[in-house]
Design a protein around this ligand. Structure first.
Ligand SMILES: Nc1ncnc2c1ncn2[C@@H]1O[C@H](COP(=O)(O)OP(=O)(O)OP(=O)(O)O)[C@@H](O)[C@H]1O
Length: 591
């Protein structure tokens, strides 16, 4: 592995320093560049160095202090050493003139000691601020001082008013000391930046949306997606939020804010962040909802636990399919009657695959519009993987189908699409309910769910599952079903499948007096259902007669509906309609 090079810019406040540096053996791990600059020039030079990726800057005295305020990389000061002072004191040895030494306290201290040891008569003048220099020099001139020892600024000013300036130059020892210091600082800085990077990463990957701002409400940090960032930055102009931030900081307490703008609703928590120097506020974006977001679009990020029940061959094959599809990225088309578990299977595949790590979008095709599809697209931009379930695909309008095809061209392939429909895709295509091109675009694998009547051996397991759910949710005490009661349920057709079963078991568990659902409970409930069914007005069975029909046309519709319900059985249909079979036959053939 090569040596890690430390890139350094040395800003020399006087030309001579470059000569000294050039004579030195530059450490092998240094990439050192030297530039001479006065105070003003040093600032832009240092900023440029930072932009160019220099790790450190080395400079001396006032230049170093000024540079330090203008860059965020470390600045190493070349200290004035005893040798440097000895050198300048040696230079003025024998001078008959009155000599003044001007410097900040830390320099003067050493110089004073040296002066005493050498028994010189140099007068020490301590300054506290740089702008004291000019005034002091004028005073010294009036007091007949001729020689002034000091740093670059002092010497330049002295020369301007006709005094002789002796610059305290830096010798190689001071420069070497600075090199050592530079290396130490570099390695320390590396460690600190590694830690800072780690913290940045941690904050960045927090699963919650966080923004940190200072008292001026300038954003210092956020881990939001670009989309949300834009929205939240706009939000910071909100006066209400401003008040909440102020309160959080002044009371040092968490504040909740509910901000409602024209298009969006936000739930925010503002918390004070204790920092050594400044007060900061953290904002946790708890929930964000676009007001135009309709019930047609849902985003689920929390895992739904739904065991796949049943011991039948069919149930087993579904479990295997869930396992298999959770390991592929294939799109799916799940068809089956109402309430046969299409959604449950689709969700199980998603959660088996992603747990809660990636979102699940659910779109109800009965009510979606172009805005919902746009919401899906927008949301999709901020996530990498996930699943989109489209339910009731049979209800998709041709316009929405075209929009979907367009959308699927833009949506990344890492989004798995699952279509749910009440009929097989081939039959929907045949009836022209969905476009072949839509199915071709998603190119799915097909799954067909079985109605409950084809898997009655699973009934008992479903019943005990539902009973335990009611026990947990509602405190029902029913624990099981008697075998003869179950037998009756096994004989039913269950057109409403699991939804119907669940509803019936709920009713039965409320009716049961003891711990078991009895045969009589089932009989009673079935009897009541039959009565209800007989008395139900036709429109309540989902039957609708459009306005503008003639009496005859209305009659035809009613006959057709009842015939359909009685599975084309004319005897039963005639009975329900209160007419004899011949009349019914005539009416059917008259149309
Ligand atoms: N394998 C299963 N194990 C346990 N419960 C199930 C199972 N499948 C479905 N259910 C339950 O049956 C009910 C109907 O399931 P689901 O909504 O998945 O059916 P669906 O076919 O998508 O219905 P729809 O056609 O109305 O959209 C839900 O209460 C669900 O929790």
């Amino acid at each position: 592995m090569g040596v890690e090079m430390i890139k350094i810019l040395l800003i020399a406040p006087y030309t001579g320093m470059t000569q000294v540096v050039k004579q030195l053996d530059i450490p092998k791990d240094f990439q050192l560049d030297i530039k001479v600059a006065n105070l003003e020039e040093s600032i832009s030079l240092a900023r440029k160095a930072e932009d160019e990726g220099y790790d450190l800057i080395i400079s001396r005295g006032g230049t170093a202090s000024l540079v330090e305020k203008n860059v965020s990389i470390p600045v190493i000061h070349i200290d004035i050493t005893g040798y440097d002072m000895l050198r300048v004191f040696t230079l003025i040895r024998g001078a008959q003139n009155t000599v003044a030494f001007i410097g900040f306290e830390n320099i003067c201290r050493g110089a004073r000691t040296l002066n005493d040891i050498l028994d010189y008569d140099v007068k020490m003048f301590t300054i506290h601020k740089r702008d004291e220099v000019r005034l002091l020099l004028n005073k010294l001139k009036n007091e007949n001082y001729e020689i002034v020892i000091g740093d670059v600024v002092t010497v330049e000013e002295a020369q301007k008013i006709g005094l002789r300036g002796f610059l305290i130059t830096s010798g190689k020892e001071a420069i070497f000391d600075a090199f050592d210091e530079a290396r130490r600082t570099y390695h320390m800085f590396q460690k600190v930046s590694y830690k800072t990077d780690q913290y940045q990463q941690i904050l960045q990957s927090l699963p919650t949306d966080i923004i940190v701002i200072n008292q001026q409400e300038k954003v210092l940090f956020n881990n939001l997606s670009p989309n949300k960032e834009r929205i939240v930055k706009k939000l910071l102009y909100d006066k209400e939020l401003g008040k909440n931030i102020h309160q959080a900081l002044s009371l040092n307490e968490k504040q909740w804010a509910h901000i409602s703008s024209e298009n969006e609703d936000f739930e925010l928590q503002i918390f004070p962040v204790t920092s050594r120097e400044t007060k900061l506020a953290g904002i946790h974006l708890c929930s964000y909802k676009r007001k135009d977001e309709s019930a047609a679009f849902r985003m689920i990020t929390k895992k739904i636990h739904q065991p796949i029940l049943g011991g039948s061959t069919y149930a087993q094959s579904i479990k295997n399919k869930i396992y298999a599809f959770a390991n592929t990225t294939d799109n799916l088309f799940i068809s089956g009657e109402f309430g046969t578990g299409k959604m449950t299977i689709a969700q199980s595949i998603h959660f088996q695959k992603f747990e809660s790590n990636h979102p699940l979008f659910i779109l109800n095709c009965e009510i979606i519009d172009s805005d919902d599809l746009k919401t899906l697209k927008d949301r999709w931009v901020s996530v990498q993987k996930g699943t989109a379930i489209f339910e009731h695909v049979e209800s998709l309008s041709p316009t929405n189908q075209k929009l979907l095809i367009e959308l699927f061209h833009q949506i990344p392939e890492s989004l798995q699409l699952i279509f749910l429909a009440n009929e097989q895709a081939s039959s929907l295509i045949e009836k022209k309910h969905i476009f072949v091109s839509l199915i071709e675009k998603i190119d799915p694998i097909f799954i067909h769910t079985q109605p409950l009547r084809n898997r009655k051996e699973d009934l008992r397991e479903f019943i005990s599952y539902y009973l335990s759910e009611f026990h947990t949710r509602f405190g029902n005490e029913t624990l099981g079903i008697r075998s003869d009661a179950l037998e009756i349920l096994m004989r039913l057709d269950w057109p409403g499948n699991l939804v119907e079963l669940k509803k019936k078991i709920r009713e039965l568990s409320l009716r049961a007096v003891g711990y078991y659902i009895e045969n009589k409970d089932v009989k009673e409930i079935l009897h009541e259902d039959a009565l209800k069914e007989q008395n139900k007005p036709l429109e309540n069975k989902g039957f609708y007669i459009p306005p503008g029909l003639t009496l005859e046309e209305m009659e035809q519709r009613i006959i057709q509906k009842v015939l359909e319900e009685e599975k084309e059985n004319q005897t039963r249909t005639a009975k329900r309609l209160g007419m004899n079979r011949t009349t019914l036959w005539r009416k059917l053939n008259d149309k």
